[in-house]
Ligand binder design. Sequence first.
Ligand code: TYD
Length: 133
Amino acid sequence: MNVKLIDIPKILNREGNIAVLENGVVPFDIKRVYYLYDIPSTSKRGGHAHKKLNQILIAISGSFDVVLKDGKNQQVITMNKPDKGLLISNNIWRELENFSSGAVCLVLASEVYDEDDYIRNYKSFVAYINSNK
Ligand code: TYD
């Protein structure tokens, strides 16, 4: 599946650590940054795919699960470390759930917001990726 866990370079210090994302680590030009916060533990976010957009998700604080589907396979990745980034390429269905208290999900995105880039219906997603092959 076209997803990858990235080790974010960090500077460890007993007074507190720094994680740094710069050109070379992120495989696309970042056009947008946003974050999810104040997320009720029962929330399910995502539930869509993108036609073009690539993203990196980071559990800046707390934890959550990311369910990923490519139309054939499914995998679940628990994000709970601020020095790990989950690269999700286009044409991957994602659902975010099981948010811990205080969880913050930072997202680096390769495109500005465009509702036309979303596929929000799972059946449409499967039809879309099959028509692209
Ligand atoms: P959505 O991407 O569906 O949220 P999530 O995947 O986290 O569940 O976005 C939720 C709403 O917010 C939707 O109406 C679109 C809007 N939105 C923007 O206007 N700009 C943005 O950059 C994002 C990420 C969402």
